[in-house]
Unconditional design. Structure first.
Length: 182
């Protein structure tokens, strides 16, 4: 009986080690954004996602979009999170992991102490600081040029806004602006 007990504990421990997934952690060489997304703002940050994509085999997680909007200054800047199913995506085009397999990191709220040491950018404040749309386009170009990962904390996310013990960071990348493409 004692052998069976020891054998079962050993097997359980080994199965936990084999099946364990590495946990993503926040990174010191990343850029961090804060925002408080709203629905259809004239000025601010809008969050968009389609729950119907949860059943689409193309995605591991449905895409999430954040748009910085200033209708008075004619500024539109899009950030996107994509986590494609590589097996499905590779049927149509090559997989680019940095763009196609982004991550959502959920961890203890104490991560904020670490993140705050990197002076996160509050998107609403950044949007208000732009005097022209051309200035906003230059900022987006500078973000792309860094090659750094970007993580966004949306205070209207159900986990982040709850005041609980967890925090959710969504990896995003700048995708579009309203800059003419000619």
């Amino acid at each position: 009986m004692k052998r069976i007990f020891i054998l079962s504990i050993t097997c359980l421990t080994l199965s936990q080690i084999i099946c364990a997934q590495p946990q993503s952690r926040v990174k010191g060489d990343a850029i961090y954004f804060y925002c408080t997304s709203r629905t259809d703002p004239d000025e601010g940050v809008e969050r968009g996602e389609n729950p119907a994509n949860d059943n689409d085999p193309l995605y591991v997680h449905r895409p999430i979009f954040f748009q910085m909007v200033s209708k008075t200054k004619d500024i539109y800047i899009d950030f996107a999170f994509f986590n494609y199913n590589p097996a499905e995506l590779s049927k149509t085009r090559p997989v680019i992991p940095a763009k196609d397999q982004m991550e959502i990191v959920t961890g203890p709220r104490t991560m904020l102490r670490f993140i705050n040491t990197f002076n996160p950018i509050t998107l609403e404040n950044k949007l208000a600081s732009f005097k022209t749309k051309e200035e906003s386009w230059a900022w987006v170009d500078s973000l792309k040029a860094t090659g750094k990962q970007i993580y966004l904390i949306d205070w209207n996310d159900p986990i982040n806004g709850s005041g609980g013990t967890e925090l959710r960071l969504i990896q995003v990348r700048p995708t579009l602006t309203n800059r003419p493409s000619y």
